[in-house]
Ligand binder design. Structure first.
Ligand SMILES: [Zn+2]
Length: 112
């Protein structure tokens, strides 16, 4: 009897096979078995929709963001090119026209 891996999302052990996919009945997550689970310590950056972000991506800011020391916020809808992912609370390094070098939170952007 083969043992199915736990759900990578919620760690439920009640996963089952559905064709080529594995399905978690508890959180609804579906994935392909054999897909390498992220190694411990390997961070994955995700945008507001849960899409994985990568260095060099272009993202769109999803809401107005106040900037310390700036007279106006970064407006929702602002496109940010060539992001760089970094560790930390603000986990995106980038440059925004009119603001210069900035750090953003990945939860406030959407992959463009
Ligand atoms: Zn799950």
């Amino acid at each position: 009897m083969s043992t199915l891996p736990n759900c990578p999302k919620c760690n439920s052990e009640y996963t089952y096979e559905n064709g080529a996919l594995l399905v978690c009945p508890e959180c609804g997550h579906e994935w392909t078995p054999g897909e390498a689970a992220p190694e411990e310590g390997t961070r994955v950056w995700k945008d507001a929709n849960g899409n994985v972000l990568q260095d060099g991506d272009t993202v769109t800011v999803i809401k107005d963001l106040k900037v310390k020391g700036a007279s106006s916020p970064i407006k929702g809808g602002t496109k940010v090119k060539n992001i760089r992912l970094v560790e930390g609370d603000h986990d995106i390094d980038c440059r925004i026209e009119g603001f210069g070098a900035m750090q953003l939170k990945s939860e406030f952007v959407r992959k463009a």
